[in-house]
Design a protein around this ligand. Structure first.
Ligand SMILES: [Zn+2]
Length: 454
C-alpha cells in the first residue's frame, strides 16, 4: 500500500515522462537488472582482460577504454576521460624464507603498494614480533635495530562490522614501516588484515612518513603469520631471508571515465554514482571494485533502457587511483569546482558486490536524513531495510566541499575481507544475482532522490 508520504510526493513531483507509479518503476528496474546479462559480461571482461589494473599500469588504461565503450553502449549522452596524475609502482620477485633450528619455512608474502624494494640479493635478519606501535617503544631501539619487525595483531573477529575489524588492524600495514624504521628496523612483515585464517595474502598501500628512512614492507598470509609466530616462540634466533624487487617509477597519467545522461529539468545539477576502476595487481578486482564500476554503468543503462528521464544530470564515474593516492576523486571535485557545477548527491559502491542491505547517508542534516530514511518503504519488498546515518566513499568524499549528499552502498560484508586486496578477489567469487540486486537498488535510490528532490 502506498504511504501517505508517497502520495504527497507524487502530487508535488514534476516527473514528466511517466504515468507509472514510483513503485512500478522500481519493480521494472529490478526486473530488468535481474534478467539482463550486460553487467555480468562487463565484470567478466574487467576481471579476465584487465586483471592487475593498478594505477599507472597498461591494464588500467585498457580498463578505462573498455568502460568508456561500455558507457557509450549503455546510451549515455556524453562520455569522456579525465586526466588523473597517478603513481607508477611495479612488483618484482618476492621471497621470504625463515631459517630456524626447526627447519626451513617459506612464507606467502606480497609487497605493499608504493613500498621500496630490498637491496639486490635481499635482507637477512632476525625478527622481532609485535602487536602494536606501543610495543616498539617498550622493546626499544637496542632490540629492534637491524632486525625485521613482524606485526602480528589479528583483526578482532568479535566485531560484527567487518570494516571496523579491518580498521582496527590496518594501521600495521599503512604505518608500520615508518613506525618500525624509527627504531632502526630494516623491513616489516605484516599479518594480512582479514577475518579469515587462509593462505591468501593481502596487499594494499604503505605510507611513509617524511624524514624517516623508507624500508621494505610486505604482508604475510594470515595462516603463515600464525605458523611464523609459533616458530619464533620456539627459536627467537631464526633468520628471515627477505627479497622484494618492487620499484617506484616516476608518476604518470591515467584517467577517470565519466558517462553522463543530461538532466531534463536541471541539467546543471549532478548526481554521481561511482566505483573505482583501479584494483590491486595480484587480484582481478572483482569485488574491489570492478563490481562497483559495473553497478554504476548499470545505473545509467537501466535509466536509458527503461526510458527514465532524470531531472538532474546523472553521471556514472569510474574513478582512477583510489587504492594508492586517491587522486581520481580529487581531480573530479577540482574540475567540478572550476566549472561551477552543482553536485546534488553522490553514491559510491566500494564495499564489494554482495547482497544489498541498504545505504548509509553522510553529509546531510536531520531534516534531509529523515526524508531519506522514509524511502526505505520502497525497498522493503526487495529485502533491503538498512538506511543508516553516515556513509559515503573515498572517491566521492572530495565533493563534501560542495555540501554534496554522500551515499555509501552497503552490502552484506561478512565475507568481503576473504577477497579484499588478494588473489582471491576473482570473478568466480561474485554471485551475479547479488550484484544485480545491488545495481537495481542503487538505480532505484538515485531515481527516487532525483524525483523527490531529496
Ligand atoms: Zn575499493
Amino acid at each position: 500500500m502506498r504511504s501517505f508520504f508517497t502520495i504527497i510526493l507524487i502530487l508535488t513531483c514534476s516527473c514528466t515522462s511517466f504515468s507509472q507509479s514510483p513503485e512500478e518503476i522500481i519493480k521494472s528496474i529490478f526486473n530488468n537488472a535481474l534478467t539482463d546479462n550486460t553487467a555480468q559480461e562487463h565484470l567478466l571482461y574487467l576481471c579476465k582482460n584487465t586483471k592487475g589494473r593498478i594505477p599507472g599500469s597498461q591494464e588500467a588504461l585498457h580498463a578505462a577504454r573498455y568502460t568508456m565503450n561500455a558507457l557509450a553502449e549503455a546510451g549515455v549522452d556524453t562520455v569522456w576521460l579525465q586526466e588523473v596524475p597517478v603513481p607508477h609502482w611495479e612488483r618484482g620477485n618476492e621471497l621470504a624464507v625463515l631459517e630456524s633450528s626447526l627447519g626451513t619455512l617459506e612464507l606467502t608474502i606480497s609487497a605493499l603498494g608504493l613500498s621500496v624494494g630490498t637491496e639486490p640479493g635481499g635482507i637477512d635478519a632476525h625478527l622481532v614480533e609485535v602487536h602494536n606501535f606501543e610495543q616498539l617503544e617498550e622493546i626499544g631501539r637496542d632490540n629492534i635495530n637491524g632486525k625485521i619487525v613482524f606485526f602480528n595483531r589479528p583483526v578482532d573477529n568479535t566485531l560484527i562490522n567487518t570494516f571496523s575489524g579491518y580498521g582496527g588492524a590496518v594501521d600495521q600495514r599503512i604505518s608500520g614501516a615508518s613506525e618500525a624504521a624509527k627504531y632502526g628496523a630494516l623491513a616489516v612483515i605484516v599479518r594480512s588484515p582479514t577475518q579469515a585464517r587462509h593462505d591468501f595474502v593481502h596487499t594494499g598501500v604503505v605510507r611513509y612518513q617524511e624524514n624517516i628512512p623508507e624500508i621494505p614492507a610486505v604482508c604475510v598470509s594470515p595462516h603463515d603469520a600464525e605458523i611464523l609466530s609459533r616458530w619464533l616462540k620456539n627459536d627467537n634466533k631464526s633468520i628471515l631471508h627477505l627479497v622484494s624487487d618492487c620499484r617506484n617509477y616516476r608518476d604518470t597519467i591515467s584517467y577517470n571515465v565519466i558517462g553522463e545522461i543530461r538532466g531534463s529539468e536541471k541539467p546543471n545539477e549532478y548526481i554521481t554514482v561511482g566505483g573505482h576502476l583501479d584494483a590491486w595487481d595480484i587480484s582481478e578486482g572483482a569485488h574491489d571494485d570492478g563490481g562497483g564500476c559495473v553497478q554504476s554503468i548499470e545505473t545509467v543503462r537501466l535509466f536509458r533502457e527503461l526510458g527514465i528521464k532524470p531531472r538532474r544530470s546523472i553521471r556514472a564515474v569510474m574513478f582512477m587511483n583510489e587504492e594508492m593516492t586517491s587522486t581520481g576523486g580529487v581531480v573530479y571535485a577540482d574540475e567540478a569546482e572550476k566549472k561551477g557545477e552543482i553536485h546534488y548527491a553522490a553514491l559510491e559502491s566500494d564495499r564489494g558486490v554482495m547482497s544489498p542491505l541498504g545505504f548509509g547517508f553522510g553529509n546531510a542534516g536531520d531534516e534531509r536524513l529523515e526524508k531519506l530514511f522514509r524511502l526505505e518503504e520502497y525497498f522493503k519488498p526487495y529485502g533491503i531495510r538498512y538506511f543508516a546515518r553516515g556513509g559515503g566513499g573515498s572517491d566521492i568524499s572530495p565533493l563534501r566541499r560542495f555540501n554534496t549528499l554522500q551515499i555509501g552502498y552497503i552490502p552484506d560484508t561478512q565475507k568481503y575481507f576473504w577477497f579484499h586486496h588478494s588473489a582471491n578477489d576473482t570473478f568466480e567469487q561474485v554471485n551475479i544475482r547479488e550484484m544485480q540486486l545491488g545495481s537495481a537498488a542503487i538505480a532505484s535510490l538515485i531515481y527516487l532522490i532525483d524525483l523527490y528532490d531529496l
